[in-house]
Design a binder for this molecule. Structure first.
Ligand code: N01
Length: 479
């Protein structure tokens, strides 16, 4: 007798949701994707600011089974990455499975399946629910008094206005994470005055953005092994870098030395002092960039480290009472990484995910939750998002989910959820391993949950792939 195949509902058509869909499609399993926007690409659709690139080299930040010989740069520009995902979605026939412009208002596990209510009031029933919404899409707006009074243009970096003419404008960037740093060079080329408001200095590891020539790309097209070798090289490099943030030792020292030498290249001692962090490199997500300091050394570019007191119609006022007159303010203030996941997911015991996570997210291997049968999170809490290519992570996680789906199908109508003791054991191991990481050495970052515990993977990339290679079904309950 032919076994009944499970229906899967994937939420989010970004990098990981598309990947899950490709795996299901290749395996001949039914699925649909709910996507809040009107096109695929997730982060790469939402972020369009000047200078946007991925801080993982493109040959590594692409699906292993879908290499792209045409990357133009080591860190290719955002629109190129977005076009890559759109192409892949089309090639694998995924678009017909996506319900665009649709949100999920609630998802409840009842009667042996997920009952999913959409924002338009439709109901979807699916045995498997995959949350692929990602950690970095809810904008973090700073609470600065007077923001609404500003007479110029003020917007979050993820709300870039493509029509805005920046030439000759007095521009401010608030925030110096990866986003703020990446946009400085292109903005400096257009602005009459560019001011960066920095609350905390950042460590910056110098890595240039090499351009691939037409002849290099031609060779990579002809000899795909060249692209594969480049990918393997960066994978190895990032795996080693991941050791630097999770363990003390040679790679951590190497990271520190690289950052310190780069900082020493700032000639003006006063500027250098302002740019010197008071915590360990890697504690916040390390920024890879080689232009930032040179941009700040230009005459029309200013670094302000005084606290922002308020925003007035004409600009930003710092605590020393000075008004910085501006035409444009960009809030490069990041994302609310801890408002993770679909709102209002209610498990088998009537408990919502928000309630289950009242004291921080507590998953089993970052992908499943006790009490939430057949529910899987991609790039969920404690995934290795701070240290390795998130695509590499998702490839492993989606394979794991597909293994689970195949096993559930064999269980004839029963669902699986991790045993509470398995999740507790994993959490205890996490807490212990966090002690060796650089993330807890004394800085504030989006990695930390409200209790100051990093929601990252505290072991190496190699260990992640080993542990997640296949599910240990002994750690699951059948419901
Ligand atoms: O955000 P962030 P991001 N007043 O949270 C400051 C990924 N990313 O968008 O350090 C003043 O890192 C805040 O100051 P402080 C990447 O994983 C990927 O830059 O908290 N300042 C900080 O400087 C990255 O790590 C790519 O003191 C305020 C900044 O805003 C993640 O996204 C490209 C403030 C926020 O930095 C987030 O990066 C870009 C306030 N009230 C980003 N509130 C790719 O490669 C916050 N700040 C895909």
């Amino acid at each position: 007798m032919k076994r009944r195949q499970l229906e899967t509902c994937i939420v989010g058509a970004g990098m990981s949701g598309l990947l899950m869909a490709i795996r299901l499609k290749k395996a001949g399993r039914p699925f649909q994707i709910i996507e809040k926007a009107h096109s695929v690409g997730g982060t790469w659709r939402e972020n369009r600011y000047p200078g946007l690139t991925c801080d993982v080299p493109s040959f590594f930040y692409s699906y292993s089974f879908e290499p792209n010989p045409d990357w133009t740069h080591r860190f290719s520009p955002g629109p190129e990455i977005r076009a890559y995902f759109e192409r892949v979605a089309e090639k694998y026939g995924l678009l017909e499975h996506v319900r665009f412009g649709e949100t999920i208002s609630a998802a409840r596990y009842e009667g042996g399946a997920w009952s999913i209510e959409t924002g338009r009031g439709d109901r979807i029933r699916a045995e498997v629910l995959v949350d692929a919404t990602g950690p970095l899409h809810i904008k973090n707006y700073p609470e600065i008094p007077g923001m609404d009074d500003f007479e110029g243009a003020l917007f979050h970096s993820a709300d870039w206005d493509d029509e805005l003419d920046l030439r000759g404008k007095r521009i401010a960037v608030i925030g110096n994470g990866s986003t703020g740093v990446q946009m400085m060079k292109p903005l400096a080329e257009q602005a009459s005055e560019l001011t960066l408001f920095q609350r905390t200095a950042q460590w910056i590891f110098p890595v240039g953005n090499q351009r691939y020539s037409e002849s290099q790309r031609r060779w990579t097209r002809r000899l795909p092994i060249l692209g594969w070798l480049t990918r393997q090289f960066y994978k190895r490099l990032f795996d080693l870098a991941s050791v630097g943030v999770t363990q003390d030792g040679y790679w951590r020292r190497r990271m520190k030395k690289g950052c310190e030498e780069h900082l020493a290249s700032v000639r003006d001692p006063e500027l250098r002092a302002k740019l010197t962090p008071d915590y360990e490199p890697g504690c916040k997500r390390l920024i890879l960039n080689r232009d930032f300091y040179r941009v700040l050394e230009r005459d029309h570019v200013h670094l302000v480290t005084g606290r922002i007191d308020r925003i007035e119609p004409r600009g930003v006022v710092t605590a020393d009472g000075r008004l910085h007159e501006l035409d444009v303010i960009v809030l490069a203030t990041g994302f609310r990484a801890h408002d993770w996941g679909i709102d209002n997911v209610v498990g088998a015991e009537g408990l919502s995910l928000a309630e289950a996570w009242a004291s921080g997210p507590r998953t089993y291997r970052s992908i499943t939750m006790p009490g939430f049968p057949n529910f899987f999170m991609l790039v969920g809490p404690n995934s290795p998002i701070g240290n390795i290519s998130i695509i590499d992570v998702s490839e492993t996680q989606t394979r794991y989910v597909l293994d689970c789906i195949r096993r559930i199908e064999k269980a004839e109508g029963r669902a699986l959820a991790p045993k509470p003791e398995a999740a507790e054991r994993f959490q205890a191991e996490l807490r212990e391993a966090m002690k060796g990481t650089v993330w807890i050495t004394g800085c504030n970052s989006w990695y930390l949950d409200p209790d100051g515990i990093p929601t990252l993977w505290p072991w190496s990339a190699a260990q992640f792939h080993r542990v997640m290679r296949r599910p240990e079904f002994g750690d699951f309950d059948w419901i």
